[in-house]
Design a protein around this ligand. Structure first.
Ligand code: AMP
Length: 433
């Protein structure tokens, strides 16, 4: 039996791959105008980075991480030996922890330096139950800004993300931007207690997962899709009533800057993002799609404690990630045409085999001139070569037959206008570039 790609993964075939490359370029263009520079960190990191950074109690770390144990270490493990924390590696489930780790490791934000503004793009891995919009391997583009606490950073990050979405063709009115503040280490503990007290009052009505969440991460119950839990959590205390003065002021300023930029948003006091590291601003962008549970195309927030959590000096941070596959779905739904796989300036067709060497040389000369050029490699009939040229969307076809060979010319056909002209072989590259 043939072996297919693992469930929840997919092959990026040329059309999709070209679109992904273009999507990344578009991101770099938009984010570049805000001073973001590219970074690439390893796909595998030490497991403890995610445990400490994202949080042990989060779904991502407790259930969804692919942790790799190399052959030698597996043998040790089976022998009952203990593995050092260095030998536990995990495929990254998200990009923030690795990027912040790189900033700490390379001291990218020395004392007094301007903020480090970084962007990344690549695969993430989560051992989830695969379904539409939820894969085990997927691609994210994200940014991280380390070293600035000012609400202008949060606001420009959100504005920049919305601009990017619009620039790739997701209609403004198809998107809903939700914003909230999750408070800080000063005001969140009391809020958490207040939510917990409310959950205790309604414990019998909660699902088993939410009962479990009460022990470690009660705020995650706001995300529960269970109808009864949703109703109970609707009556829970709101973070907006529990923010300390500094957090309330920060949040008001972020909203003020969004208003200044005419960015539409909804305040959502129940928005709690799945990862533990967020402080203050959190936000999510959703696309309206009633038949899909997975409607978030991107989101992020502020994480002022993460750098310390993984051993760096206190460094405020802000970041977001967007999901390429879900964006591609939203773009397709909006009817925006994705670029085609092939660009072909010239197809060189041979009428008979005697022309093959000249065709070969003409194709080389055209590529040297920067043209995209293909030729027949399968001894097809002329008719079939024209069909192929059509399929490749060739702009021109150069026909080399016995008459043309004798004269040292090609018969050049414009595939759009169907006009033909005879042109010296040596002049073809110049005429088309
Ligand atoms: P998160 O890192 O969970 O905040 O996710 C950021 C974005 O990545 C989401 O808004 C989605 O667009 C995308 N995403 C997250 N998980 C998955 C997944 N399992 N499959 C596909 N896209 C995902």
């Amino acid at each position: 039996m043939a072996i297919n790609a693992p469930e929840g993964t997919y092959d990026m075939l040329p059309d999709r791959k070209l679109f992904w490359e273009q999507f990344k370029r578009a991101a770099q263009e938009v984010f570049g105008t805000y001073g973001y520079l590219p970074i690439e960190t390893p796909v595998i990191e030490r497991t403890e980075l995610f445990v400490r950074g994202i949080g042990e109690a989060t779904d991502v770390v407790s259930k969804e991480m692919y942790t790799a144990i190399s052959g030698g270490n597996l043998a040790k493990l089976l022998n009952g030996e203990k593995l050092s924390s260095k030998s536990r590696l995990s495929l990254r489930p998200e990009g923030t922890a690795g990027t912040v780790r790189a900033c700490v490791q390379h001291d990218l934000v020395p004392q007094g330096a301007p903020p480090a503004k970084l962007m990344y793009a690549g695969q993430m891995f989560r051992a989830e139950r695969p379904q539409q919009g939820r894969q085990r391997e997927f691609n994210q583009v994200g940014i991280e800004c380390l070293g600035a606490e000012d609400p202008t950073i949060d606001a420009e990050g959100i504005i920049m993300l919305m601009r990017f979405f619009t620039s790739v063709g997701i209609p403004d009115d198809a998107m809903t931007l939700l914003v909230n503040s999750m408070g800080c280490e000063k005001c969140r503990p009391a809020y958490r207690e207040a939510v917990l007290a409310h959950m205790r009052q309604h414990e019998e009505g909660l699902c088993d997962t939410c009962k479990e969440r009460m022990k470690l991460n009660p705020l995650r119950a706001f995300d529960c899709k269970n109808e009864a839990c949703a109703q109970i959590m609707d009556g829970a205390p709101k973070i907006s009533d529990h923010l300390c003065d500094e957090c309330a002021e920060h949040h008001a300023k972020v909203r003020g800057y969004l208003d200044l930029a005419n960015v539409r948003y909804q305040e959502d006091p129940r928005l709690v993002r799945g990862l533990d590291y967020y402080t203050r601003t959190v936000f999510e962008v959703q696309v309206a799609d009633s038949d899909k549970a997975q409607n978030a195309i991107g989101g992020g927030g502020r994480y002022d404690k993460l750098a310390e959590e993984i051993g760096g000096r206190p460094t405020p941070g802000f970041g977001f990630a967007l999901g390429f596959e879900r964006c591609a779905d939203a773009i397709a739904k909006a009817g925006v045409e994705l670029p085609t796989a092939q660009r072909c300036d010239l197809f060189v067709a041979c009428v008979e085999d005697a022309a093959r060497t000249d065709a070969f040389q003409l194709a080389q000369a055209c590529r040297d001139a920067g043209l995209t050029c293909q030729m027949d490699h399968q001894h097809r009939s002329l008719k079939s070569q024209f069909k192929l040229a059509d399929k490749l969307h060739a702009r021109y076809v150069a026909v080399l037959g016995p008459d043309e060979l004798a004269e040292g010319v090609a018969n050049l056909r414009d595939m759009e206008t169907h006009e033909e002209q005879r042109i010296a072989l040596a002049e073809v590259p110049g005429a088309l570039s």
